[in-house]
Design a protein around this ligand. Structure first.
Ligand code: PLP
Length: 499
């Protein structure tokens, strides 16, 4: 299968080349030229298989040119008991009848980014072998907090690659920051950007589109690629767990193929929920895709009005991985629902770059509203949802998952829809321990405690274990202390890569 650019001005490429390039030369995102299907028989087979078998079957359909052995090498290299602390990899937990939590944080960094970033290095190194690419690959990442650490863990000491991660210096949680600045590995680089996530992401996009810099890197034997969800190799592994969750519901006898489920996703850059959209286009029976946003509710407004407008205040919230005003992957959805109308798409993206605003046609808006429903929750509602979920179900959720639970409750109140729901849980509660502690622990217990004491107290109080990657984080040496302005990001990359 070939991949094309959402903006229509780049040559079609193989899956391997799309993964190596990351972003298309015209600045667009790679999308599959057609979406493969998954039928009733497939789901019936998958219902009897472990996660790895499901992943092999789905990846095979998208990775034309990869042999079954190569795909197996990628899948089993990533999804195993060394990297994941749950045998089912992405277990589906029944919270109450017809409400299921898809836990995506059993990987090494305790956030859902591991689901893609554990396998991306395998997909990339396999792609390099297949295309005969001889340059060293430099992975450039802008992170709102979780991608950075997951990418560092995935790519550390992977032959033929180096990695540079930029995070907003003041915009990540203490655990997220320490996870990154204590990262080991000979090929890893980390820098704080004096700005927010959009500044970091725009800085990385500028570097990717600077032809002079690309040439300079090429002369030094280096080619840049991306581990952000603009890379198709990031998105593809995320399609698997939605299909897998439905197969699990069938396996447990909770539904038969064809019955629709609602899927609730705490959303920032629109990558995770876009993977659910692709799963739906393949044949996963979806009622509504429920897009849950925090106070940075640009996507909620877009879905409800057809107007995307980033000209609004940026809020630092307790769900920092969703503090985003420019959701990159929306471009892929627009390409798909407009029938690959690249003229319209270029127009919208130009307006976004120039004015921070665009309005889609009524036809595109109506199609999006058939597929999606959206609402948002502020910090207070997030805390209330954590508390409520603990009191009602003795189930501990992180701040991002809590936004999803809050929005799902709103959805049910407004629509009365009682279909089975899959609520996506994107991080371990201990990754955002102080906010979770604020929701659960009495003020007297919390007073004067730092983040790591709170995590230990929270664990004792709830009986939930702290994941190993977080437990002793405050005792590890800090190995990265670079800070940079958005303007200096390119020279920082050059310095890290010894150019
Ligand atoms: C990245 C992230 C999100 C947002 O996912 P997108 O794919 O960017 O929409 C939500 N929650 C957590 C914990 C994350 O790390």
């Amino acid at each position: 299968m070939q991949y094309m650019s959402s903006r229509g001005n780049s040559p079609e490429v193989s899956a391997a080349q799309a993964i190596i390039n990351g972003i298309a030369p015209d600045g667009g995102l790679y999308i599959p030229e057609n979406i493969p299907s998954a039928r009733a028989e497939d789901f019936i087979t998958w219902a009897q298989m472990p996660y790895q078998g499901r992943a092999e079957a789905v990846l095979q359909r998208y990775l034309g040119g990869f042999t079954p052995d190569e795909i197996a090498h990628c899948v089993y290299g990533a999804y195993n008991q060394t990297n994941f602390d749950h045998q089912e990899i992405a277990p589906l937990i029944e919270l109450s009848p017809r409400m299921h939590i898809l836990e995506l944080w059993h990987g090494p960094t305790s956030a859902f980014k591991d689901m893609a970033l554990q396998i991306l290095p395998y997909l990339l190194t396999t792609s390099i072998k297949k295309t005969g690419e001889s340059k060293q690959i430099a992975i450039l990442v802008a992170t709102s907090g979780d991608t950075g650490k997951a990418a560092l863990e995935g790519f550390k000491d992977v032959d033929g690659t180096s990695i540079v991660v930029f995070y907003p210096a003041e915009g990540v949680s203490e655990v997220q920051r320490l996870q990154m600045v204590t990262q080991t590995g000979a090929n890893v680089n980390v820098a704080g950007v004096l700005g927010n996530f959009d500044d970091a992401q725009n800085g990385v996009k500028r570097i990717f589109s600077n032809q002079g810099f690309i040439t300079r890197l090429a002369d030094g034997g280096i080619k840049m690629s991306s581990a952000n969800s603009i890379n198709w190799g990031r998105l593809l592994p995320q399609i698997v767990y939605y299909l897998s969750a439905y197969a699990d519901l069938m396996h447990k006898g909770l539904l038969a193929y064809g019955e629709k489920v609602n899927i609730v996703v705490p959303t920032g850059n629109f990558g995770n929920i876009l993977a659910a959209y692709y799963a739906g286009e393949m044949g996963l029976p979806i009622g509504r895709l429920i897009c849950a946003a925090n106070a940075n509710n640009v996507l909620t407004d877009f879905i409800n009005s057809g107007v995307y407008d980033r000209n609004r205040p940026f809020y630092k919230t307790i769900s920092p991985s969703m503090d985003i005003l420019i959701s990159s992957n929306l471009e892929r959805l627009l390409a798909e629902v407009s029938g690959h109308d690249s003229l319209q798409l270029n127009d919208w993206m130009k307006q976004l770059a120039a004015d921070g605003r665009y309005q889609v046609s009524d036809a595109v808006r109506d199609r999006i509203q058939e597929l999606f429903w959206s609402d948002s929750g502020n910090d207070e509602e997030t805390i209330a949802a954590i508390r409520h979920t603990w009191e009602q179900y003795q189930y501990l959720v992180d701040t991002h998952t809590a936004v999803a639970l809050h929005v799902y409750r709103r959805y049910q109140e407004k629509t009365g829809d009682a279909a089975n729901a899959i609520v996506v849980s994107t991080a371990s509660p201990f990754k955002f321990g102080s906010s979770v502690a604020e929701a659960i622990l009495p003020e007297a217990v919390r007073r004067g405690q730092d983040e790591f004491s709170l995590i230990r107290i929270l664990s004792e109080w709830t009986g939930c274990a702290v994941p190993p990657g977080i437990r002793d984080l405050d005792k590890r040496p800090v190995l990265h202390d670079t800070n940079t302005s958005p303007e200096e990001m390119q020279s920082t990359v050059a310095r890290f890569l010894n150019l």
